[in-house]
Structures are given as C-alpha cells and as structure tokens.
Ligand binder design. Structure first.
Ligand code: FBP
Length: 551
C-alpha cells in the first residue's frame, strides 16, 4: 500500500498509555453494580453477567504467567477514527501476556462471525495500520447479532480457530448485543469471553464510567476545521448563509462540540427542541429572526449548524415518523410495489389526519427520504434526510413573508453542506490514537483476567495519559429496558445532550452574542506534530465536563 509522507511519519507515533498498564498489572475490584434502572428485569435476563464489580487496573507487584490465547475482534457499525489502534492495542496486549497468542479479525462486521469470514492479524498487518484512520484492516458492517442461531454459528468458527475471547468494537446497540452474547456463551458454558469497546463518532455512548466514545474527538476536530474554513469564507464574501448539517444519528453532541469550537451564529440542539416542544415552524422562525436581526446590522451572512437527528426530535415530526415506521413495517412489500410518483399520495391517504397534513407540507425530496429503508437496527437513516436543504428552503420562504410585512429587509442567499462521512475515517488525533490504543490494551488485560460481559473503560482523559485510569465496566450496569419493535428489550441507554450540564449551559450563555456578533473561531487542521497544547487537547465537551473550564 503506497503511503503519504504524513502517513509514513505518523506510523512511528507511539500511543501514550496509562502508567498502570505499562509494567505488571493487577486488578482492583470495586463494589457490586446495578443496572441504571429496571434492575429486577435485567438481573433475570443476565443471571451470569449481572451485578459484577467495576474493575480497575493498578500497578502489579508479581509477574503473572499467561497461557497463549487466541482472540477474535469485530468492528461493528459506522466507522470512527482510531479503530485500528484499538486492534493494535489488543494485539500488543495479548502478545505482551504471551508471545504465542494470536489475533483473528472477522471481516465486514458481525456478519463475518456468522458467515465464518476471517483473517489472522499478524504483526506485519498490524504495523501497516498503526495510527491510521478507517476500518479497512478488516472492514465493518451493521449486521445485528441477536439470535441464538447466529450465536451458535459464531461459536462453530470460534471453536475451530480455538478462539476463547472476542472483542466487539461498537456503539450502544453493538455493545448491547455483545452483552447478550457474553451472557449466552456464559450460560451455555461455551468457554468464550466477550469484551466490548465504546466506539461511535456520535459521542452518545457515555456515562459515568465511559467518558467518551472513541472517534468523537477526531471527527469533531475535522468538522470544526472545515466549518471554520467556511466561516472565514463567509466573513470574507459576506453574501451567504451556510446551513451545515452534522452527523449524529440521534444525539446532538457533535453539533454542540463543533459550536463550542467554532462559535457559529446559530446551532440547533435537537434535545432542546424536544424539551421545549418546538414545531418545525418554531425552528424556522428562530433562524429567520436571527437572519433578520443580522441583516438589520448590514450582515447578510452567517452559519447555522444543524444536528443530523433533528427531524426525529421535533415532537410533531416524531409522531409522524412513528406512524410512518409502523405503516412501513407492516406494509413494506405493498409500498414497494407502488410507482414512485404515487408513493407520496399513497402515504398521505394512509396516515392519520394530523400526520397526513404535516407529511403533505414537506418538500417532495424530504417526504421521499422519510420513507427510505430503515437500517438493520430499525433506525431511520437520518444521514439520507436533507434537513439542511429543508431548513434553508423554509427559512428563505419565511423571510420572503416577513419582507412583505416589512419585518425583514436584506438579501438572503444560502449554501448547504453535510459533514459526516468526511470525518469518520480521518487519521486519529493524538487523543484518539492514545485513547483507542489504551482501550485495546485494557481489553487485552480484561481478557487476561478471565473477564466477560465487560466494556473496556479508560477515564480521567483530560489529564496526561500517564494518569489515565484503565479498567472494566459491566455492560449490564449501563442497561435499562426500552421498547424496540413493539417489545421491551434490555439496551444500553443512549446518552443524549443533557441540557442541565456544562457543555450545553456554556453554549446557551454565549449563543445570543454569537448570533448577532461575528465571533468566529477558525480551529485549523488537526496537528499531529508540535507542542502538546496544540496536539493533545481533548474536546471542549470533555474539558467543560471534567474541569468546568471553556477556553
Ligand atoms: P454508529 O452509531 O454505528 O457509530 O454510526 C454513527 C453514524 O456515523 C451516524 O452518525 C450516521 O447517522 C450513521 O452512522 C450513518 O450510517 P451509514 O454509515 O450506514 O450510512
């Protein structure tokens, strides 16, 4: 594989790890744990993996002997910067315990386990991918691991390869499935440990023991760089409003973090829209009012950040989508037979009067996007819905109405952007390179300690890496019961933006000033070489959460 000069230089970077993982390692057990709610239900469903203690690795005093072990690894779901370093961390970790240990990667996600597609990850392969972005070493996929047939099929290949531990690198859904698999293999005496690792650029797999999911840091830095460039262009030409949609299927963490980095004129936070029970019309009016205010000061330009998941958080749209989901789930085949040009009117006829009215008011393209196939976890594919176009168009219409009433005088021209895929495979920042490698190394140590049903956890990450705290958190501890496809299921609770906490509160205190002034910040590209205050910064979100400071 031909490498760029930066890639070659970067491949020699040695990720920083906590001091406690560097030499001999010993495990410290905490108190027994409980799930965040529905304790009785979850305990019943996970008799073998419920209630286990939180684990922390500390410096050991005695050298331990480890037998060689074969380990499998799976990358699951959307790409996130740093995945290759997790794998490198696992590889180095199990080799340190015993140099005859071996690592196998399952190809293209959980489907590789079920379909027996795998490759051995040797030292040469690992070397090629250290500190690189992407998941292309083994690929990823969205197959949902949930049935006994899949688990048994997986066990066949694990047994054949003599694999006794599996690491699943994924988001909340994939780690939920990892826990179900851990429980099943424990219950059936399969002799396979299962460990999870927290991945997703969306940043919504976090709780008191998991500070952040990997990839969030790098992805937000990439988006912030580009938004900064757009803001500089915008402030140079002074003729466009830029509507920028940012990935994040549900939670608005990415939009909020980018707002804290670049200080845009407007950033919509879905969780706030929902909490205030705002309609689409309210959101449009909010943006239009700021455009009008800036225009009154001669500023016919600006930036609007829009979280990808917004549509699903507008209560009226949520109701519409829930009825649409039900309708499509039960009438998928019939719907697919209908000519594309008739699908919209067909849906309008089938929906309740209230939802039908909203659906009919949507631009044709958005209406069609709402009926596209759901992903294997039943999620609407919000990355395919052009909310940025919807808002730009509707704000334009609203301004025209306001102009007629003499409420707006200005020029409105818009540009739309969607940043998502651009950031998911970027070369990991130092933070993600270090964090991911440490997560992998920690996973190897959890395997060495014979654990199953745990997620690898690395904390205290705004401190220097030497002081990071590595350990394991029982996955059941993060679970609650939620309705999925009409049934109550145990799932890891998704962490949405908390409107009472520091990051949102900081944004709220600043946003009116950012709306009317032009206080753009231009973060520039991620730096891999240079002073630590430039290269080793964590996200603003983490800094505010852990130190209360916003600089
Ligand atoms: P994960 O939750 O699997 O990490 O994926 C997150 C994400 O990047 C979302 O932000 C986005 O909506 C989605 O993946 C896009 O999915 P796909 O890659 O299948 O188009």
């Amino acid at each position: 594989m031909k490498k760029s000069a930066l890639q070659t230089a970067r491949s020699t970077y040695e990720p920083k790890i906590p001091n406690t993982l560097k030499g001999m390692v010993q495990i410290e057990k905490g108190e027994a744990t409980q799930s965040i709610s529905n304790q009785e239900d979850i305990k019943k469903l996970f008799p073998n993996t419920y209630g286990m203690p939180i684990l922390k690795f500390v410096e050991g005093t005695e050298k331990q002997q480890y037998n060689p072990i074969n380990v499998g690894v799976i990358l699951s779901g959307g790409q996130a910067p740093g995945g290759h370093n997790v794998i490198a961390g696992i590889f180095d970790g199990i080799k340190k315990m015993n140099k005859n240990s071996r690592l196998y990667g399952f190809i293209l996600g959980p489907g590789g386990l079920v379909d027996h597609q795998y490759m051995e990850l040797t030292g040469d392969i690992i070397e090629e991918y250290r500190n690189t972005g992407g998941f292309d070493m083994i690929g990823s996929g969205r197959t949902k691991l949930e049935t006994k047939e899949q688990f048994d099929k997986g066990l066949e290949i694990l047994k054949k390869l003599n694999i006794s531990a599996l690491v699943i690198i994924g988001g909340d859904d994939s780690n939920t499935n990892a826990c179900v698999l851990a429980e099943y293999y424990a219950q059936t005496g399969a002799g396979v440990q299962v460990i999870g690792c927290p991945k997703t650029i969306d940043g919504d797999l976090k709780n008191e023991m998991i500070e952040t999911s990997f990839g969030f840091d790098t992805a937000c830095k990439v988006y912030s760089e580009v938004i900064g460039n757009i803001q500089r262009d915008c402030n140079s030409a002074r003729k466009y409003w830029h509507f920028i949609k940012l990935m994040g299927r549900s939670a608005s963490h990415i939009a909020l973090e980018c707002a804290l980095q670049v200080q845009p004129n407007i950033c919509i936070i879905s969780e706030e829209v929902e909490a205030k029970n705002q309609s689409l019309d309210d959101v449009i009016q909010y943006i239009a009012d700021i455009v009008a205010k800036r225009a009154a000061n001669g500023k016919n330009f600006g930036t609007v950040l829009i979280p990808e998941g917004l549509i699903e958080f507008i209560p009226a749209m949520k109701k519409l989508m829930s009825e649409l989901n039900d309708y499509l789930a039960h009438n998928e085949e019939e719907f697919k037979q209908i000519k594309r040009s008739h699908q919209r009117s067909h849906i309008i006829d089938k929906l309740s009067a209230e939802n039908s009215k909203i659906y009919a008011s949507l631009p044709e393209s958005v209406a069609r996007q709402l009926t596209l196939d759901r992903d294997p976890h039943g999620n609407v594919q919000v990355s395919l819905i052009e909310t940025e176009k919807l808002l730009a168009e509707m704000v334009g219409n609203r301004l025209a109405e306001m102009a007629e009433k003499g409420q707006y005088k200005g020029k409105f021209a818009s540009q739309v952007h969607f940043f998502g895929y651009e950031g998911r495979c970027a070369a990991p920042s130092n933070y993600d390179a270090d964090y991911c490698y440490s997560l992998g190394y920690t996973a190897a140590n959890l395997i060495g300690a014979g654990k199953t049903g745990y997620m690898s956890s690395v904390r205290n990450t705004t401190a220097p890496a030497a002081d990071w705290i590595a350990g394991g958190v029982p996955i059941t501890m993060m679970m609650n019961m939620e309705r999925r496809h009409g049934e109550m299921k145990p799932v890891i609770q998704k962490a949405l933006v908390n409107l009472k906490e520091g990051p949102f509160q900081t944004f709220m205190q600043q946003r009116d000033k950012w709306a009317t002034e032009t206080e753009y910040v231009y973060p520039g590209p991620i730096q891999y070489f240079g002073p630590t205050e430039v290269c080793d910064q964590s996200t603003k979100t983490l800094q505010i959460e852990q130190t209360g400071s916003y600089k």
